[in-house]
Design a protein around this ligand. Structure first.
Ligand code: ADE
Length: 211
């Protein structure tokens, strides 16, 4: 990521919404109408920050555990965009009027609650960056990877062939490419069936439908 930024492939800009607060303590949160625990980010600093920095043409994401789960398909779609703005949620979230006015997509990175949306923003920027031309040094790795085919990755080995009494499977060393491809596929299926029965079902459905 550092190299991509240095070479100008990716540009980041971090905007601190506290700089847009009119409160003398730069507060940006308040109690929720209707009661309930926690605080909500107020609309004014977010409206001002977005209007001052977003000149149109940017896809605006909002990170929230209530969003659409991030998937490789969404990542690929985001990878085609020239500019993405990410609003990082905090506390109990942001005032709904910000979402209604500006947000194109509410995104969750998983079924757990983070202490702040910044962690989700880091994940989103990392996964999307991999689809930007020039970011990855090995073009093939994007195609072969997990999730592209609803199957998880096969095990990888590197030198030495024997380490503390543990051996690399002979077949990988022998170098018969057809046998290696068959073995890798078998391992992918076994792993997916054991670890991600949901993905395994998807894979089976695709096999049945001949996709
Ligand atoms: N903010 C808090 N939890 C989150 C999650 N799981 N995904 C995205 N943003 C979040």
């Amino acid at each position: 990521m550092g190299k991509a930024v240095d070479s100008g492939i990716i540009k980041f800009e971090i905007i601190d919404i506290r700089n847009y607060s009119e409160d003398k303590f730069k507060r940006c949160d308040d109690y929720p109408y209707g009661g309930g625990s926690g605080m909500v980010l107020t609309p004014s600093p977010l409206f001002d920050a977005i209007e001052a920095n977003e000149k149109g043409g940017s896809c605006i994401l909002y990170t929230s555990p209530s969003g659409t789960p991030l998937s490789q398909d969404i990542v690929k779609e985001l990878g085609t965009l020239s500019e993405i703005s990410i609003i990082c949620g905090h506390y109990e979230g942001i005032d709904q009027r910000v979402i209604d006015k500006f947000v194109n997509k509410e995104v969750s990175i998983g079924d757990y609650v983070l202490s702040g949306g910044e962690y989700a923003a880091l994940v989103i920027t990392d996964v999307v960056a991999r689809y930007i031309p020039g970011f990855m040094s090995n073009k093939d790795s994007l195609v072969e990877e997990s999730f592209e085919s609803d199957l998880l990755e096969y095990p990888q080995y590197t030198r030495p062939s024997e380490f503390r009494g543990m051996n690399v499977p002979d077949l990988l060393i022998e170098g018969d490419h057809k046998k290696i491809a068959q073995w890798r596929h078998k391992k992918k299926v076994e792993k997916t069936k054991g670890v991600r029965p949901d993905l395994y079902k998807k894979y089976l459905m695709r096999l049945i439908l001949g996709e």
